[in-house]
Design a protein around this ligand. Structure first.
Ligand code: ZN
Length: 171
């Protein structure tokens, strides 16, 4: 089922002319971005096969562990990397003020319970970060497909599913 969802997502993104991220990160641009965000600890990236979650950030004494789904489009990957690095900034600002990871978990958890993921201020900040940092071409791949041909989508089933997905997700 997960695989079906992944394939559906890939077909859907492709039909919109959005290129899939190839999993590569431009290290030169990344180090400039880390400098600007003032992230001082090491950041390690891992590709996952996530279809429900675009990315995640964890602190693993003593580095940031960021996962990103291999099913992201280039545009989604650009947003996701800024999002997860913002959580790194948030955690490091806790450290800088003498707080611990536990304090961070509690603060984050407090808002999760109070206002939920969607309105958690740490998530709001992470979601907004992309607008501040999109001038770094951390993912420098062309985000759009050129000369795309709808027949590449494949079987009628996929097409029917794609229409369903498009109706559900396009606003
Ligand atoms: Zn987040």
């Amino acid at each position: 089922m997960r695989r079906d969802i992944a394939n559906l997502k890939l077909a859907h993104d492709r039909a919109r002319g959005h290129a899939q991220w190839n999993g590569e990160i431009n290290q030169r641009e990344l180090s400039k971005l880390l400098d600007e965000m003032e992230i001082t600890n090491e950041v390690r990236f891992k590709l996952t096969a996530g279809v429900y979650k675009r990315g995640s950030h964890r602190w693993r004494k003593f580095y940031h562990y960021v996962t990103m789904s291999k099913y992201l489009t280039v545009l989604q990957a650009r947003k996701t990397i800024c999002h997860e690095l913002t959580h790194a900034v948030q955690l490091e600002s806790f450290f800088k003020s003498g707080c611990t990871q536990k304090d961070w978990d509690e603060a984050y958890g407090f808002y999760q319970r109070k206002v939920g993921y969607k309105n958690n201020p740490y998530e709001l900040e992470a979601r907004a970060a992309y607008r501040c940092f999109d001038h770094y071409m951390v993912i420098d791949q062309d985000p759009y497909l050129h000369g795309w041909n709808p027949s590449e989508l494949g079987s009628g089933d996929t097409l029917a599913n794609f229409r369903l997905l498009r109706d559900l997700t396009d606003e």
